[in-house]
Each structure stands twice: as structure tokens, then as C-alpha cells.
Design a protein around this ligand. Structure first.
Ligand code: ZN
Length: 283
């Protein structure tokens, strides 16, 4: 496993960690100034700005874009809406290419409003990824399927384990083209009894495109916005990174913390300083 001490160049900050409180250009400057090697911006920030200028700024500061967040949810109540969702993702892939992102992060979506058809939603996800894979190749941007913790199956992602994501990858991309893989997020995957086996399988197939860290707080108060800083929760982060890197992942370690009541209220430079410290000592 790599030693992250003195290697913030191997570390990336997902801009959600700072709570989206400032224009993206200022966030980019902060992250670069703090010494990090990478950034993962969100679409709503980029789309509000000028993607070409943002790309120029990121390049000038020599930051790696470890992922572009994130896909429009795929499952839909009508075929027209499903097509619209696909088109929306194709437009985002074009921006991901402009940004030079390592991958486009796919949070695939939950059940359409009013639906109880879980297998139907999963079928739509499969079909949607199949279609987007064509565009991913065209734009040269790999799709990183991110399984979400099952507590989000209703509203955010019917893709819930790494094994499930890898099955989709193997079915749609048996040749392992490099354009379809997974994002391993400690928050979503830590509980999975098959975690080690799935990470190893993902590595063997060369499909680990991103690694996201934060921590699971034992007394989590909010399903979405109460993620912990690394070291404050129950996840064995060194063991997890050892698995991920042992499986061959050599990309950056990305911090992604949604924390409305705590970290999003703190001074952004302080948050970055603590992220840097925890990455080098806890992760
Ligand atoms: Zn993530």
C-alpha cells in the first residue's frame, strides 16, 4: 500500500466536501493551494460556470479531475423521460471530456415516483448504461458505476453492491475496454460481507476507476448529509485502501463528505487542512 505521508498529490477533494458554498473557481483555487493533486467537481457547479474556463483553470493548476459528479438518474416512469435522461447524461459526458475527467460517476437512480417495480428500474439502469457506454467511448470518458448503500435504493440508486455493478460491467463490456468500471466508496461499501472478494474481482478485471473515502458515524443522524471525517467513524479505512490498492488501483484517493451540520459549517480551509491530516495519518 502506498504511503500517503507527504503525498497529497495522490489525494483529491470532491467539492461536495466543502458544501458548495462558493463559486467553483474559488473552490478550485483553495484545493490547489492546500496542496491536493486532484479535484472532483459537480455538474451543478460546472454548468453554472463556463466549462471551458473551468477546464483551463484546473489544467493550469495541474489538478487531476478524479471524477465528474454525477449522472442524471436513469429510471423513468415514461419512455420519453428515459430518453431525456440518457440525453442529459450524454451532454454531461461531453463536459467530462472537456474537463479531462478520469471518469464520469454514475449514480444510477432509484425507483421512479410512484413505482414499486424494482426489477424494472434495474432493467432500465442496465439498458441506460448500455446506451451510454457508446457515448463514453466516443468521448473517451470511462463510466464509473457507483453502488450506493442499500438505504438509498428507493430514491437514489438501485445499484447497491460492487458485485452487482461488476455483473453489469461484465455483461456490457466483456472485452474490458477500459470504458466501464466502478467507483468504490467506503461509505457505501464498508458493510458488504463480499467487499474483499468484490474489490479483488474488480481489480482483476481492471475496473476500479475511483476510490472515495469518508467515514460512517455510529450515530448517523441523516441518511444523506451526515457523513463523517475519516477517523471519526467505524470504517477500517487502511484495510480498505490496502484491498483497493492491492487489487491494482493506482489512482488518487478522493475525499467525499456530505455533512450539513458539521463540516459544511466550518471554514473551508480548515476542512481541507483536516482532510489532509487525516488522509496522511488515518487512511
Ligand atoms: Zn462516492
Amino acid at each position: 500500500m502506498r504511503n500517503l505521508k507527504g503525498r497529497l498529490d495522490l489525494c483529491s477533494i470532491n467539492t461536495a466536501t466543502l458544501g458548495h458554498r462558493e463559486p467553483l473557481s474559488r473552490t478550485i483555487d483553495r484545493i490547489a493551494r492546500a496542496g491536493f493533486g486532484g479535484i472532483a467537481p459537480w455538474r451543478h457547479e460546472v454548468e453554472k460556470a463556463n466549462v471551458t474556463e473551468i477546464a483551463r483553470q484546473i489544467k493550469a493548476l495541474d489538478l487531476t479531475v478524479t471524477g465528474y459528479c454525477r449522472s442524471t438518474y436513469l429510471p423513468a416512469a415514461t419512455h420519453a423521460q428515459f430518453i431525456a435522461n440518457i440525453d442529459d447524461n450524454k451532454a454531461a459526458l461531453r463536459d467530462a471530456a472537456t474537463l479531462g475527467a478520469r471518469c464520469f460517476v454514475m449514480v444510477v437512480g432509484g425507483l421512479p415516483e410512484g413505482s414499486r417495480d424494482l426489477s424494472g428500474a434495474r432493467a432500465q439502469v442496465f439498458d441506460g448504461i448500455a446506451e451510454l457506454l457508446e457515448s463514453a467511448r466516443e468521448f473517451g470518458i470511462p463510466l464509473a458505476l457507483e453502488p450506493l448503500h442499500p438505504m438509498y435504493a428507493a430514491d437514489r440508486a438501485v445499484l447497491n453492491t460492487l458485485a452487482q455493478a461488476l455483473d453489469i460491467c461484465d455483461a456490457l463490456d466483456p472485452q474490458r475496454s477500459g470504458f466501464l468500471g466502478v467507483a468504490v466508496d467506503a461509505y457505501h461499501c464498508w458493510w458488504d460481507p463480499a467487499l474483499q472478494a468484490s474489490i479483488a474481482a474488480a481489480g482483476r478485471a481492471d475496473r476500479i476507476l475511483a476510490y472515495h473515502v469518508c467515514d460512517w458515524l455510529r450515530d448517523t443522524r441523516d441518511m444523506l448529509l451526515d457523513r463523517g471525517m475519516m477517523g471519526d467513524g467505524v470504517v477500517d479505512l487502511p484495510a480498505m485502501r490496502e484491498s483497493v490498492e492491492g487489487a491494482g488501483y493506482d489512482g488518487l484517493v478522493e475525499v467525499e463528505i456530505f455533512s450539513k451540520e458539521n463540516w459544511w459549517r466550518r471554514d473551508p480551509d480548515e476542512v481541507l487542512r483536516i482532510c489532509a491530516e487525516r488522509l496522511q495519518t488515518i487512511c
